[in-house]
Design a protein around this ligand. Structure first.
Ligand code: FES
Length: 560
């Protein structure tokens, strides 16, 4: 076979005109010998490494392992950067830039002489952004997620980055943890590179890309510093070269059935609510018609069996030791589409056929599930006609069926000013409502939905109340928190009409959320809506405001 004529990269290098010569010459300026142009697949290593994305800080070493595999299989690896989205550092919110990163990835894959790509990601938005871009570009692609950090430690106990950090910080707010103790926790809660150690958004998305079939089997849960992460990276480098020869592209893997598999795994692991938004966006890129109703339908079919925080007790390191995603998939295989093709060239069913569980308390059997239904419930009603999301496995059971009076914060800033007031008119039945936190209102759809517990309630020992907003929430958070209300209040969604003192009913069993006012009153209030001034009038921010879709459509740009 004359591979050179079949490879995409040949149209850059094997052309008779000046540029065929000059491209080879310019690449040789990096010290490559001429043999690299002799029909070898060129494999891009798309690296989201950045010192501003601590979760991805080890990806240069991972890239070196990928390169070994690519060379060994007869390919030529070329590593390149894209923008990277550091969840903890990027203001106003990394979600504002997910689509920008997806565009960066897509256009880099389209524009450069690549035959295939290995995608290196980890922190929350880097994984969906890379997959969105790769789905649109549709070159042979394999992902290597960066893996979770080592479990956090403080005074002999394990602490999970995110979930325990929030709890301990609240104890500090309440004066029950000293400044010195908080400083110790700060030094021990995030002990290495890698993403957060609970089933937050990053762990969830890593698990879902494995469930989709876009990583090698078992990739998601290997801790970032574990030598086995380097080993799977090396094997991924080897495998992508084979995938180029097999022309195995994302469009053959990212099917509707694969999406349904990922959604069911999301339910089984008690995944982050952010997965809803990202999976809708990935599906759109892959041309799959996925909707919020699919999440709800599938959540009723699959129980939550993974006992990892914030829904359960353990951390990602224990999830890995118990067997990780392959065990989860094997335990719900009867519900899955086992025939789906994966990057291994084999089906999901074949990939996981030998998976064994090494700790039944971490990954439960179905009869000992944490909850009968999956983690994510989709709610609808007159304040969320296009849907809202509740992570029921991280909620308080007593609040899943609840009716209470609203206390409304018009903005996030308003909430911050008021929440610790000793006179805040709240009790354990109050429903906290926050507006202007959606894709356009905030802007960028930040993780503000986990409204802190009011200090007056914490002083009384109340640990949870119902909270409702058009924001997102960190996957590491917990509580009875209704999120992603669509359409958002800043574009005149009915959430805008809620007033302090209104009665709201949360009826999780019937997937309903209602403002108890008449349609006439709702219409009268909404007729007074005027849009707030835009947050941006130029640049990427304006592009975002002009084209971002609402939460129920994945918040991708309408032209992508
Ligand atoms: Fe990157 Fe949590 S901050 S995954």
């Amino acid at each position: 076979m004359d591979r050179a004529t079949k490879l995409r990269s040949a149209s850059w290098f094997d052309t008779p005109e000046y540029y065929g010569f000059s491209r080879k010459a310019w690449l040789r300026s990096e010290g490559f010998g001429r043999h690299i142009f002799e029909g070898k697949p060129v494999i891009g290593i798309c690296n989201s490494w950045s010192e501003l994305t601590n979760c991805n800080a080890h990806l240069r070493q991972v890239a070196e392992a990928v390169k070994r595999g690519v060379w060994a299989a007869g390919g030529v690896p070329l590593e390149f950067p894209t923008i990277s989205l550091g969840e903890m550092f990027l203001k106003p919110t990394s979600m504002l830039y997910r689509n920008l990163m997806a565009m960066d990835v897509e256009e880099s894959l389209r524009g450069y002489p690549l035959d295939g790509v290995v995608l290196l990601c980890g922190c929350d938005k880097t994984t969906p952004a890379q997959l969105m871009g790769a789905a649109s570009a549709d070159l042979p692609a394999i992902m290597v997620t960066g893996g979770p950090m080592l479990s956090g430690e403080w005074r002999g106990r394990k602490v999970g980055a995110g979930t325990d950090g929030r709890k301990l910080f609240d104890l500090h707010r309440a004066g029950r943890i000293t400044d010195e103790e908080l400083c110790e926790i700060e030094g021990g809660i995030a002990r290495s590179a890698g993403h957060c150690t609970v089933m937050g958004t990053a762990s969830t998305m890593a698990s879902l890309v494995e469930a989709l079939g876009m990583t090698l089997t078992g990739c998601a849960a290997i801790p970032a510093p574990d030598s086995r992460r380097m080993e799977i990276a090396e094997r991924s480098g080897k495998r992508i070269v084979e995938m180029v020869h097999e022309d195995l592209r994302p469009s053959r893997i990212l099917t509707r059935q694969a999406m349904e598999n990922a959604l069911m795994v999301d339910m089984a692991i008690g995944g982050s609510t952010n997965a809803v938004v990202h999976m809708l966006a990935i599906a759109r890129r892959a041309g799959v018609d996925l909707s919020l109703d699919d999440f709800d339908r599938l959540s009723r079919r699959v129980p939550c069996i993974v006992n990892v925080k914030p829904s359960g007790e353990y951390l990602m390191e224990e999830f890995f030791s118990a067997g990780g995603v392959p065990v989860v998939m094997r335990r719900i295989l009867d519900a899955l589409h086992g025939e789906c093709l994966t990057v291994t060239g084999r089906s999901i069913g074949e990939n996981i056929s030998g998976a064994e569980c090494w700790n039944d308390d971490v990954i439960r059997t179905r009869d000992k599930a944490l909850s009968e239904q999956g983690g994510t419930a989709i709610l609808r009603g007159n304040i969320a006609p296009d849907g809202a999301v509740l992570k029921q496995t991280a909620a308080s059971p007593r609040l899943l069926q609840h009716c209470g009076r609203a206390l409304v914060f018009e903005t996030y800033q308003h909430m911050r000013e008021q929440i610790d007031s000793p006179d805040l008119p709240v009790d354990e039945n109050t429903i906290l409502v926050m507006k202007s936190c959606g894709p356009i209102g905030a802007p960028g759809f930040p993780e503000w939905g986990h409204i802190p517990m009011p200090r007056v309630l914490m002083d009384k020992g109340v640990t949870d109340v119902v909270r409702i907003s058009d924001a997102r929430m960190s996957g590491t958070s917990f509580g009875t928190v209704v999120l992603h209300v669509a359409p958002e209040s800043a574009i005149g969604g009915p959430l805008w009409a809620v007033r302090t003192g209104d009665e709201i009913t949360l009826d999780t069993e019937n997937r309903a959320i209602r403002l108890e006012v008449s349609d006439e009153e709702m219409g009268r209030r909404l007729s007074a809506f005027t849009p707030p001034p835009p947050h941006f009038t130029r640049g990427y921010g304006k592009l975002f405001l002009d084209h971002v879709t609402q939460a129920n459509l994945g918040c991708d740009f309408d032209f992508l």
